[in-house]
Design a protein around this ligand. Structure first.
Ligand SMILES: [Zn+2]
Length: 66
């Protein structure tokens, strides 16, 4: 049995074209480390808003200000 593709970064055999999960998660971690303080704040705000919406019962729009 041979897999068709390999990870371009580490050479791990893969069944799909792209990075293996290990290199992909390492790359995502690097992307996170490269975030500016503004980007981090933006993502935190987004998360907080979504958590609040879920906590409110998931009625998006109901009682939404404005
Ligand atoms: Zn890899």
């Amino acid at each position: 049995m041979s897999l068709k593709y390999v990870c371009p970064l580490c050479g791990t055999p893969l069944g799909y074209k792209g990075l293996c999960w290990k290199c992909k998660s390492a790359q995502e971690r690097e992307a996170v480390l490269a975030w500016t303080p503004e980007q981090i704040k933006e993502k935190q705000d987004w998360l907080i808003q979504n958590i609040q919406r879920l906590a409110d019962g998931g009625y998006a729009g109901a009682g939404w200000p404005g």
